[in-house]
Design a protein around this ligand. Structure first.
Ligand SMILES: Cc1ncc(C[n+]2csc(CCOP(=O)(O)OP(=O)(O)O)c2C)c(N)n1
Ligand SMILES: [Mg+2]
Length: 655
C-alpha cells in the first residue's frame, strides 16, 4: 500500500476532485467546485487546501480540482449550489464550506431547502476543536449538560447524511457515506460533514486508493413486476384519469417517456411547481399547473378524476390543494416514485422505480388503452379556455402588443412581457411571494428546463442566489456545446430585501442574470392571504408608522434600484409597459447582468385557480372580518379528504 501525507482538509479536497457520476453511459465530474466564506474554523484548514489546489492547477496549466467561489452569505451559497444541482438534474453538485458558529448555522435554511426539494449539496460546516484544547472557543455553544454537542448538531434533522470527523481515521468512511447519499436518487438531499478546525489542519498518512477516481453509478431502479401489474390494472379501469407530474420527471430525464404515454393513452397531465415543463405548455395533453395555484383546466380534471397517477411528485399541499383537489368519491391513486416515502402517499398502488423506466413500463403495459374521445375533447376544451384566460391577462395578441403601453404594468403583464420576450430556452427563476403562484398558473413553458421555481421550501432570498446557480449551470452546458440560455430572476421587493447580496457574486464571477425586481411596497402575497383570512393585510405593507401607532403612513422612501446599482450591477428603472419591454430586450442583448426595476400595484391578482389552500382561521374572534373568513374556511375544510381507502380496492369492494 502506498500512502501520501496530507492534512485532513487537503485529503478532502483531493478526494472530492476525483468523484464522478455516471448515468446512461454519460460520465461527469460530480463537484463543480466549492463555494465558501472563510472565518476561523475553515480559513486555515480547508482554506489552505483550496489555495494549494488552485495554485497547483495554475502551475500545471489545468483547472483546479475543486474551483473555489467566494460568496456573500452562507445561506445564499447553499441556494446557489442547490439551484445548480437542480439545473443539472442532480448529476452535479457543489461543496459549501463555512466557518465555525454563525457561518455554519447560516447554512441551516439552505440545508432544509435542499433536503425538502430532494436536491444534493455537500455542506462542510467547521466545528469546534476535537481536542478542546482552547475551549470554549469564540462562537462555541456551551451546554451545561453535554460536552459533545455543538451548534452543528442542528444540521442532523435537516440532513440525509450527517457525520463529524473527530479523527483523521474517520475521514474515508465519512466521505464515502456522503457520496453514497449524494448520488442516490431516492436518498439525496443535504449531506453534512462537520470538520473540527484542529482536525482539518492535522496531517495523516492516507492510503492512495482514497484518491483514485471513483465513478458513482446513478441508478434507474426498475419497477417490480407485480407492482407494475397492479398499477396497470387500476389505470386500465379508469374512465377519466389524470396524471400529476413532479420534479422527478425532470431529474430522471423522463419528459419524452411522459409525452409518449400521454399521447398514446390521452391521459391529461397536470404539473406541480417542480414538475412544470415536464410537457411544453402547448402539448395537447398538458393542462398546466395543478392544485392551489393551478389552472382551471387541471383543477376541473382533478375534481372528476377516478384515477390519479402521480409521477415523481411529493404531493405537497399546494399540489393537492390541501387534499381538496381530488373530489371523486371513488378516486384511486397510482404513484410512481423512486423514493418509497413519496410512492406510498395517499394509500396508493405504488410503484417504486425511476420515472423514465416506470413510465416506459407503464406505457407498454397500457398498450391499447385510451381514455376515449370524450375525455380527450374535454381536456382540449378546458385547456383552450385556460389559454384564453392567460392571453387576456397577458394582454397581448399574436400580432404584438394590445392595450395601452404607456401605463404602469400590473404583475400579470410583467410576467407576460418576460414570458413573451424571452427565448423558449430561457429560464425563469422564482421562489417566494405572489409570483411563484402566478408563474405556476400563467407561465407558458416551452423548454423542459425553462421553469425553475423553488416551491418545496419557498424560501425568500433564494431568487438571486438560485438564479446564479442556474446561470452557472447553463454556462457550463454552453461550454459543452449546448445553446445558451438567459436566466430571468423574478424577485419581489420583500425577497430582494432579504437577500440581494449575491448580486455582488454575480458581478465577481461575470455570471449573467436578468433580475426583474417587482416593487409593490411589501408583501402582496401574504397581504392577500391575510385579507382572505380576515386579518385585514395586517403587518404586510412597507409603510411608515404614523401618530396612530400603526403602519399606515406613506410608502417608505426606499430606492431598491439605487441599492442594486450600489452593488455594481447595471440597473434600469421602468415605469411603463413600453419601458419594461425595451429593458427586457436590452438586457437580453447585453452580455452583462441587469436589474430591471418595475413598480406594480399589489391589488391586481392573477386569475383564479378555483382552488383552495388550507391555512387555519381563528375559531373565535372579536373581529367581524375573521368570523366571516372562518365561515368560508369551514366550508372548504369540509371538502378535505383523508385518502385512507386502500387504492387497490375497486369501488364495489369498498368496506
Ligand atoms: C424566509 C422566508 N420568510 C418568510 C416567508 C413567508 N412569506 C412568503 S411570501 C412573503 C412576502 C414576499 O414579499 P415580496 O417578495 O415582496 O413578494 P410579493 O408578495 O409582494 O409578491 C413572505 C413574508 C418565506 N416564504 N420565506
Ligand atoms: Mg412585494
Amino acid at each position: 500500500m502506498t500512502t501520501t501525507r496530507l492534512t485532513v482538509a487537503q485529503a478532502t479536497v483531493r478526494f472530492l476532485a476525483h468523484q464522478f457520476v455516471e448515468r446512461d453511459g454519460v460520465r461527469t465530474k460530480l463537484f463543480a467546485g466549492a463555494l465558501g466564506i472563510f472565518g476561523h474554523g475553515n480559513v486555515a484548514g480547508l482554506g489552505q487546501a483550496l489555495l494549494q489546489d488552485e495554485l497547483e492547477a495554475l502551475e500545471a496549466g489545468r483547472e483546479p480540482g475543486l474551483p473555489y467561489v467566494l460568496g456573500r452569505n452562507e445561506q445564499a451559497m447553499v441556494h446557489t449550489a442547490v439551484a445548480y444541482a437542480r439545473a443539472k438534474d442532480r448529476l452535479q453538485a457543489w461543496a459549501v464550506t463555512a466557518s465555525v458558529g454563525p457561518g455554519s448555522t447560516n447554512m441551516l435554511t439552505g440545508a432544509a431547502l435542499a433536503t425538502i426539494n430532494r436536491l444534493p449539496v455537500l455542506l462542510l460546516p467547521a466545528d469546534t476543536f476535537a481536542t478542546r484544547s482552547a475551549g470554549p472557543l469564540l462562537q462555541e455553544l456551551e451546554l451545561p449538560a453535554s460536552g459533545d454537542v455543538t451548534v452543528n448538531d442542528a444540521f442532523r434533522p435537516l440532513s440525509r447524511y450527517f457525520d463529524r470527523v473527530w479523527r483523521p481515521e474517520q475521514l474515508p468512511g465519512a466521505l464515502l457515506g456522503a457520496m453514497r447519499v449524494l448520488t442516490d436518487p431516492a436518498e439525496t438531499g443535504a449531506v453534512t460533514v462537520c470538520f473540527p478546525q484542529d482536525v482539518q489542519a492535522e496531517a495523516h498518512d492516507w492510503d492512495d486508493d482514497l484518491f483514485a477516481e471513483r465513478t458513482w453509478h446513478v441508478g434507474r431502479p426498475l419497477p417490480e413486476k407485480a407492482a407494475l401489474a397492479r398499477a396497470v390494472e387500476v389505470i386500465r379501469s379508469a374512465r377519466n384519469p389524470l396524471l400529476v407530474a413532479g420534479g422527478g420527471v425532470h431529474y430522471s430525464g423522463a419528459q419524452a417517456a411522459l409525452a409518449a404515454l400521454a399521447e398514446a393513452t390521452g391521459i391529461p397531465v397536470g404539473q406541480s411547481q417542480a414538475g412544470k415543463g415536464a410537457l411544453p405548455f402547448d402539448h395537447p395533453q398538458s393542462v398546466g399547473a395543478i392544485g392551489s395555484t393551478g389552472t382551471t383546466a387541471a383543477n376541473a380534471l382533478a375534481r372528476e378524476a377516478d384515477v390519479v397517477i402521480g409521477v415523481g411528485t411529493r404531493f405537497q399541499d399546494f399540489t393537492t390543494a390541501s387534499r381538496t383537489a381530488f373530489q371523486n368519491p371513488d378516486v384511486r391513486f397510482v404513484t410512481l416514485n423512486v423514493a418509497s416515502l413519496d410512492a406510498a402517499k395517499h394509500s396508493a398502488v405504488s410503484v417504486v422505480a425511476d420515472a423514465r423506466e416506470g413510465l416506459e413500463a407503464l406505457a407498454s403495459g397500457l398498450d391499447g388503452y385510451d381514455v376515449g374521445d370524450a375525455h380527450r375533447a374535454r381536456t382540449a376544451e378546458l385547456k383552450a379556455a385556460w389559454d384564453a384566460t392567460v392571453a387576456s391577462v397577458y394582454a397581448r395578441d399574436s400580432a404584438g402588443s394590445t392595450g395601452d403601453l404607456d401605463v404602469q404594468p400590473d404583475q400579470n403583464q410583467v410576467l407576460g412581457t418576460v414570458n413573451e420576450l424571452s427565448d423558449p430556452r430561457d429560464v425563469v427563476v422564482c421562489a417566494a411571494g405572489s409570483m411563484p403562484g402566478d408563474l405556476h398558473k400563467l407561465w407558458q413553458v416551452r423548454d423542459a428546463k425553462g421553469y425553475h421555481v423553488e416551491y418545496g421550501y419557498s424560501c425568500m432570498g433564494y431568487e438571486v442566489a438560485g438564479g446564479i446557480g442556474v446561470a452557472m449551470a447553463a454556462e457550463d452546458d454552453a461550454r459543452h456545446g449546448a445553446a445558451p440560455r438567459d436566466v430571468f430572476v423574478m424577485v419581489g421587493d420583500g425577497s430582494y430585501l432579504m437577500m440581494a447580496t449575491e448580486l455582488v457574486t454575480a458581478v465577481q464571477e461575470g455570471v449573467k442574470i436578468i433580475v426583474v425586481l417587482v416593487q409593490n411596497h411589501g408583501y402582496a402575497s401574504i397581504g392577500s392571504l391575510s385579507e382572505q383570512l380576515g386579518s385585514q393585510r395586517f403587518g404586510t405593507r412597507y409603510r411608515a408608522r404614523t401618530s396612530s401607532g400603526r403602519l399606515d403612513g406613506d410608502f417608505l422612501p426606499v430606492d431598491l434600484a439605487a441599492n442594486a446599482a450600489s452593488l455594481g450591477i447595471h440597473v434600469v428603472r421602468t415605469s411603463t409597459r413600453k419601458e419594461l419591454e425595451a429593458a427586457v430586450l436590452d438586457a437580453k442583448a447585453s452580455t452583462e447582468s441587469t436589474v430591471i426595476h418595475v413598480d406594480t400595484d399589489p391589488f391586481v391578482d392573477a386569475p383564479s385557480s378555483e382552488s383552495w389552500w388550507d391555512v387555519p382561521v381563528s375559531e373565535i374572534s372579536a373581529l367581524e372580518s375573521t368570523q366571516r373568513a372562518r365561515g368560508v374556511y369551514e366550508q372548504h375544510k369540509a371538502r378535505q379528504r383523508p385518502f385512507l381507502r386502500p387504492s387497490g380496492l375497486k369501488p364495489s369492494e369498498k368496506n
